[in-house]
Ligand binder design. Structure first.
Ligand code: C2E
Ligand code: CA
Ligand code: CA
Length: 614
C-alpha cells in the first residue's frame, strides 16, 4: 500500500473514531467503545483489541471492552479484574505506564503468554499497549494483540496515541457524569439510595409485569434524638452510618436500601415477597440493627420500629405503598417502639376514613353538619346544675355520626383547628344566651374545649372576645378547657393566651388532669382556676385503691393552690360518694346525664337540678 494512501487512511480512522466518541454518554460508552475497537481491529489487521481502565482505589485494571468478543469466557474471567499487586509484569506495567509499549513473541515473558493462553487459548502473540493518560495519572490501556508477529510504524503509533487521548477524554467525561448521577441518587452521609432513587425504583417495580407482591420494610430508629443531644451530631452521624452499613450487608443484591433522611430507612425487598416472609426479614433486620454500636469510647444501641407493607404491581402506587409502610411503622411506634407492625386492612380502612374526614371537614364547618351536645355538671351532693360542657359531633354524609375523637386530631393536623374551634365557641355562646333568655339570671358555667392548635392561633383571643360581646355573656360565664399537654407544648405562647383570657374574665380549666406531666410550678405560674380530674381515675374510684390515692392527692393539690375541682366520668353512685368523701364536690358523668341537645339542657335548667340517689 503506497504510504500516502496509508497516511490518508490513518487520518480517516482518527476522524471516524472521534465522531463515534463525541456524542457518547455513560450509558452508550461501552457499546460505542466496542464499535471503535472493531474499527481498530479491522484497520490494523490485529486479532484482538481491548480497552481497560485503571481503578486506582481498587488497585486493579478492569476490562471495559474487547473485540472480537471471546467465544468462551471462563467464570470468573481471569482477565476481567486484575489486581496490580498479583498481576504478571505486563498487567503490572499498565498501572503507571506513560509510553506506548510494544512486545513481540521472542521478547514477552512466559507468564504473560501463560495468562493469555489461559484466557484465549492462543499460544504466541505480539502486543501493543497504549496508555490512557489524564495529567500525571495513567487511567487505562488500549491494547492490541496479534497472533504471531507484528511491527508498528511510528505513524501508526502516533495514531494509537491520538485515539488513546480521545478515549481518555471520554473516560473522564463519563466519570464525571457517573459521579453526578451517583450523588443525585445517593444519600451523601451513608451512600445508600436516597428518596429520589427509592421512588424511581418502586415506580419501576410497581409498574412491571411481575405479579408481586412487592414488599417494603419501613424502619425508624427509636429515640435517636437523645443520642444526638448527648454525644453531638458527629456521633449521631457515625451511628447512622454504622446502621446503614449493617443494612447494606444484610441485604440481597436485588434488595434496595434507601435512607429517607433523619433516622428513617426503607428496604424494598427483591423478588416476590409476601407479608409473612417480609415479617421474617423484618425480624432479622431488627436483630442486626439493634446490636450495639461503638461510638468513640461509648457503646450504644438503639431499638428500631419496623413497619411492613406489601403491594401488587399495577394495583398500588409508590406513594400509597410508602404510606402503608409509614402507617405500619407509626403503629409500631405506638406500641412503644422496638416493635414490628404489619400493615393491615383495618389500617387501610382507618386511613381511608381519615382521608375522607380530612376532605370533608372544611365543608362541614360551613354547611351545618356539625352540632353540639351539652353535658351537665352538677353539685354532687344536691344535683343542682352548675355548668355544662359543650361537646362537638358531626353528622357525616357517608360515615354517619362521628364522635370528636375521630376528627379533632384531623383538624389539628390540617390547620383546621382554628376554624373548627371558632365555630364551637360561637355556637356554644349563642346557645348560652338562648338559655339565659329562657331563665333570666342564669348562673351556669359554659365549658368549651380548646385544642392546642386553636390556642396557638393568632386570632384566638379576638374570636373569644367577639363571641363574648356578640352573645352578651356575663363575666366568668365562659370557661375554656385545655389539656395538660397543650399547656406544656409551648409554655410562652400558652402563657400569653391564658393571660389574655384572664383579662377577658374567661376562666381556664386544665382538662384530663392527672394524665400528663404538668409540674406544680407550671400550675402556679399560669392563670388557671379549675382542674378536671380525668375520667380514667373516676370511673372505678369505688373499687380501685390506686385511683383513690391519686384523686386524693389531686384534691390536696387543688386545695393548696386554691383551684376548683371537677370530676369527669362519674358513672355510678359509689364513685360520686367516694368523690364527696375525698373532698371533690362537682362532677359530670353518665350517672347524671349523657351529653344531650341544647333544647334538652334548656328543659333541665328550668327544673334546676338532676335527682339521683347517692
Ligand atoms: P373531654 O373534654 O374529656 O370530654 C368528656 C368526654 O367524656 C366526652 O366524650 C363525654 O361524652 C365523655 N363522658 C362524659 N361522661 C362520661 C362518663 O360517665 N363515662 C364515660 N366513659 N365517658 C363520659 P366525647 O364527647 O366523645 O369527647 C371526647 C373528647 O373530645 C373530649 O374529651 C374533648 O377532649 C374532645 N372534644 C369534644 N368536643 C370538643 C370541641 O368542641 N373542641 C375540642 N378541641 N375538643 C373537643
Ligand atoms: Ca373537656
Ligand atoms: Ca376530660
Amino acid at each position: 500500500m503506497p504510504t500516502e494512501k496509508h497516511a490518508e487512511k490513518l487520518d480517516t480512522l482518527v476522524t471516524t473514531v472521534a465522531s463515534r466518541l463525541t456524542p457518547v454518554d455513560a450509558v452508550s460508552f461501552v457499546p460505542v467503545a466496542k464499535l471503535v475497537l472493531q474499527d481498530l481491529v479491522e484497520h490494523f489487521e490485529v486479532d484482538t483489541c481491548f480497552l481497560r481502565f485503571n481503578d486506582h482505589e481498587l488497585g486493579a485494571t478492569v476490562l471495559v471492552a474487547e473485540y472480537p468478543p471471546r467465544p468462551h469466557i471462563p467464570e470468573p474471567d481471569p482477565i476481567g479484574v486484575v489486581y496490580f499487586k498479583d498481576a504478571d509484569p505486563m498487567f503490572a506495567l499498565t498501572e503507571h505506564q506513560k509510553e506506548v509499549v510494544i512486545t513481540r513473541p521472542e521478547v514477552s515473558g512466559p507468564d504473560y503468554n501463560d495468562r493469555v493462553r489461559e484466557a484465549s487459548g492462543v499460544p504466541e502473540v505480539s502486543l501493543a499497549a497504549v496508555p490512557l493518560l489524564s495529567g500525571e495519572t495513567t487511567t487505562g490501556t488500549l491494547g492490541f494483540i496479534k497472533f504471531g508477529d507484528r511491527d508498528w510504524t511510528p505513524a501508526e503509533v502516533d495514531v494509537l496515541k491520538a485515539i488513546a487521548a480521545l478515549l481518555a477524554q471520554v473516560q473522564a467525561r463519563v466519570a464525571v457524569e457517573e459521579q453526578l448521577r451517583y450523588s443525585a441518587d445517593h444519600d451523601s452521609l451513608t451512600g445508600l439510595s436516597n428518596r429520589r432513587a427509592l421512588y424511581s425504583h418502586l415506580d419501576a417495580r410497581l409498574s412491571s409485569a411481575d405479579p408481586g407482591p412487592v414488599a417494603i420494610l419501613f424502619l425508624d430508629l427509636d429515640r435517636l434524638k437523645p443520642l444526638n443531644d448527648f454525644f453531638g451530631h458527629g456521633a449521631g452521624d457515625g451511628f447512622i452510618s454504622t446502621i446503614a452499613d449493617r443494612l447494606r450487608a444484610s441485604c440481597a443484591p436485588d434488595d434496595l436500601v434507601a435512607r429517607l433522611g433523619g433516622d428513617e430507612f426503607v428496604l424494598v425487598l427483591g423478588g416476590s415477597v409476601d407479608l409473612a416472609e417480609a415479617e421474617l426479614r423484618a425480624q432479622h433486620i431488627r436483630d442486626v440493627v439493634t446490636e450495639r454500636v461503638r461510638l468513640g469510647r461509648e457503646v450504644v444501641s438503639r431499638s428500631v420500629s419496623i413497619g411492613v407493607a406489601v403491594g401488587h404491581p399495577g394495583k398500588v402506587t409508590t406513594g400509597a405503598l410508602l404510606s402503608r409502610g409509614d402507617q405500619a411503622v407509626m403503629a409500631a411506634k405506638t406500641k412503644g417502639g422496638n416493635a414490628i407492625s404489619v400493615f393491615t386492612e383495618e389500617m387501610q380502612a382507618e386511613s381511608e376514613k381519615r382521608n375522607l374526614i380530612e376532605l370533608s371537614l372544611r365543608g362541614a364547618i360551613a354547611d351545618g353538619s356539625l352540632f353540639l351536645e351539652y353535658q351537665p355538671e352538677v353539685d354532687l351532693s344536691t344535683g343542682r346544675i352548675i355548668g355544662v360542657e359543650a361537646l362537638v359531633r358531626w353528622h357525616h354524609p357517608f360515615l354517619g355520626l362521628l364522635q370528636p375523637v375521630s376528627f379533632i386530631d384531623v383538624a389539628e393536623a390540617t390547620n383546621l383547628a382554628g376554624e373548627l374551634g371558632r365555630w364551637v365557641i360561637r355556637t356554644a355562646c349563642a346557645q348560652w344566651s338562648r338559655w339565659s333568655s329562657q331563665a333570666p339570671g342564669l348562673d351556669l358555667t359554659l365549658r368549651v374545649n380548646v385544642s392546642p392548635g386553636q390556642l396557638a392561633g393568632l386570632d384566638f383571643l379576638d374570636v373569644v372576645a367577639s363571641a363574648l360581646k356578640e352573645f352578651d355573656l356575663r363575666q366568668g360565664a365562659l370557661c375554656l378547657e385545655i389539656t395538660e399537654n397543650a399547656v406544656l407544648s409551648d409554655l410562652t405562647r400558652t402563657r400569653e393566651a391564658l393571660d389574655g383570657l384572664h383579662e377577658l374574665h374567661v376562666e381556664v380549666a386544665i382538662d384530663d388532669f392527672g394524665t400528663g406531666f404538668s409540674s406544680l410550678s407550671h400550675l402556679k405560674a399560669l392563670p388557671v382556676g379549675t382542674l378536671k380530674i380525668d375520667r380514667g381515675f373516676v370511673m372505678n374510684l369505688d373499687k380501685n385503691p390506686e385511683d383513690r390515692a391519686i384523686v386524693k392527692s389531686i384534691v390536696g393539690l387543688a386545695e393548696s393552690f386554691g383551684l376548683e375541682l371537677v370530676a369527669e366520668g362519674v358513672e355510678n353512685a359509689e364513685a360520686a360518694r367516694a368523690l364527696i368523701d375525698l373532698g371533690c364536690h362537682r362532677g359530670q358523668g353518665f350517672l347524671f346525664s349523657r351529653p344531650v341537645s341544647g333544647a334538652a339542657i334548656g328543659a333541665l335548667l328550668v327544673k334546676g337540678s338532676i335527682d339521683v340517689a347517692i
